[in-house]
Design a protein around this ligand. Structure first.
Ligand SMILES: [Zn+2]
Length: 555
């Protein structure tokens, strides 16, 4: 054999050997980064980081993104369903509700006997909760990502690495832990609302890992109660709205990273953690986005994140980590705060609206038996029950059109209730407005205007809402009470969230171009050299990415 031929055949043999023995090496970006962290703060509006920027002094807190990362000021969701379950599914899958299938936090489905029953986005009767070492009869139902019909970044990473990548999800809330991390994760962990103990579901495992049991038995929940100064009552409702719950979740994430050896994968592939801090949402609902309490929680999170990321730097080195940061939705100001400044904000009584719509449908269709047409509202969706309509021979489009008309009529009626006299110099309360109401039939057939609002409506639709209408009141007007703040609408303040990246692959700086949270998984998938999630509609943020050569030297 000529030397040339020998060299060629040796090269061929080596190439065949490499292909056969190291398929993982080629598909997961050379094992670098070692860990991707998808960090989410619930109800963290897009203006907070810049508004409170002067408060942040820690090196590895918010400044990790603001000073050392790529910070986007104009990140808006492009749909009109701004709630926790849909938001976390959007972050995880890089698609909107028409892609991932999760419309709201809970909705009504027909039960076995045909009557509507309320189900949450993650509850799954086929599984049971796994909540402790001696849980002989675990509570039912369990939870799973079954309602999420698209793959997540974590799912794609697991597929690309032949199951070697370890993916986990963590949050106080089940839906936030589960829907962000996805189907092929090794585990999602969330808390029992009463005790604050971490739990999971038999979808992932029959028994909690030893490190989880140790954490639960360590007295850490009791310490959080002491820090929050709430010795009794629901952990979730009371401790959850204090900054003590932020470090509680970060400490659990540390225990998970150590317990599961994340970022030290023996196969040399990238691991992934989705970490969703619920505390800002629980507090924000109570006190509103402009309160000093919310600012104090964000300031406290600066040093809590600094401690967490400084620990991570020591554990696997931040140069080996890529991090994204966003919120699952924004929030409206308290109607009392906004209206005091002259903005026509209103809290809308959903009880009055629903009972008026029911009365209107009863008057129009005159059912022969005692039935109820309106099931309820999980805004922005108002659901009606198909069964009583079908019994009267009424189809979906007719029923939904009548419901939409009843919503419009109720709002128009409110307009007439302006008081006749001004008392002192106070302004009159502005009437309730309705920007739009679309029916499920319209959205299923794409019968919406070719405008940004129409596009967002289509992005908000999933057939899980059944027969329903999608309601959007006027700007700064929302269903609820004047005491609490909320979010769900297609208005900018509910859609505006942060988008930040940290890692060797990114060019530090502030970016003002229009971006969306769906860009996170598209960008990470590109950097990891894996497929984007199945329904991904995001864009790779190339403007914030270094060339590979520069990224190598930045590492
Ligand atoms: Zn919320």
């Amino acid at each position: 054999m000529h030397l040339k031929m020998l060299r060629a055949s040796v090269a061929l043999a080596v190439a065949v050997f490499l292909c056969a023995s190291t398929p993982i090496w080629a598909s997961a970006y050379d094992g670098s980064p070692k860990l991707v962290v998808v960090l989410v703060f619930d109800q963290f509006r897009g203006d907070y980081l810049d508004r409170y920027r002067a408060d942040f002094h820690a090196k590895n807190g918010w400044n990790l993104f603001l000073q050392h990362g790529a910070h986007f000021t104009d990140c808006y969701y492009d749909y009109a369903n701004l709630v926790t379950a849909a938001g976390h599914s959007t972050i995880g899958t890089g698609s909107y509700t028409n892609g991932h299938g999760v419309p709201v936090n809970e909705w009504w489905e027909p039960s076995a006997n045909g009557t509507p029953r309320l189900v949450t986005a993650v509850q799954d009767d086929r599984y049971r909760l796994v909540s402790g070492p001696n849980d002989a009869v675990p509570p039912s139902p369990g939870a799973s990502p079954h309602s999420e019909i698209a793959s997540t970044l974590g799912d794609e990473l697991v597929l690309a690495t032949g199951g070697r990548a370890k993916v986990f999800g963590v949050s106080l809330k089940d839906r936030a832990a589960i829907l962000t991390s996805g189907h092929a994760s090794r585990g999602a962990f969330w808390t029992d609302h009463d005790s604050g103990m971490w739990e999971t579901s038999t979808y992932w495992m029959k028994k909690l890992p030893d490190w989880t049991i140790s954490f639960n038995e360590s007295g850490r929940a009791a310490r959080a109660r002491r820090e929050a100064n709430v010795p009794t009552g629901s952990f979730y409702d009371n401790v959850g709205r204090t900054s003590a719950s932020v470090s509680y979740q970060l400490d659990f994430a540390k225990a998970l990273i150590e317990g599961e050896n994340l970022g030290k994968n023996p196969a040399g592939v990238t691991d992934l953690l989705t970490l969703s801090i619920s505390s800002t949402d629980l507090l924000g609902h109570a006190v509103g986005p402009d309160s000093s309490e919310q600012r104090m929680m964000i300031d406290a999170a600066d040093s809590q994140l600094d401690a967490f990321f400084t620990w991570l730097d020591g554990y696997i080195g931040l140069k080996n980590v890529m991090i994204s940061f966003t919120g699952d939705h924004g929030v409206a100001p308290l109607s009392s705060v906004a209206s005091a400044m002259g903005v026509p904000a209103r809290a809308v009584s959903s009880k009055a609206l629903l009972s008026s719509v029911e009365d209107s449908l009863q008057a129009q269709f005159k059912p022969k038996t005692n039935v109820k047409f309106v099931i309820g509202a999980e805004f922005p969706w108002l659901q009606i029950d198909p069964a009583p309509f079908l019994a009267e021979g009424i189809g979906e489009a007719e029923a939904e059109n009548a419901t939409a008309a009843a919503v419009r009529a109720w709002v128009a009626g409110q307009d007439k209730q302006t008081p006749s006299e001004l008392s002192s110099a106070e302004r009159l309360e502005e009437p309730i407005r309705l920007q739009f109401v679309y029916t499920a039939s319209q959205l299923r057939s794409g019968d919406v205007p070719n405008t940004p609002v129409g596009r967002r409506e289509l992005n908000s639709y999933s057939d899980r809402v059944g027969w329903a209408v999608h309601v959007n009141f006027g700007a700064y007007q929302y269903a609820g009470t004047s005491v609490g703040a909320t979010h769900y609408s297609g208005n900018s303040y509910d859609r505006h969230v942060p988008l930040d990246f940290y890692g060797a692959a990114f060019i530090p700086g502030t970016y003002h171009n229009a971006v969306e949270p769906v860009d996170i998984v598209a960008t990470f998938a590109s950097l990891l050299r894996i497929n984007q999630p199945s329904a991904s509609v995001g864009h790779v943020r190339t403007e914030a990415m270094r060339s590979e050569h520069e990224a190598d030297s930045a590492r």
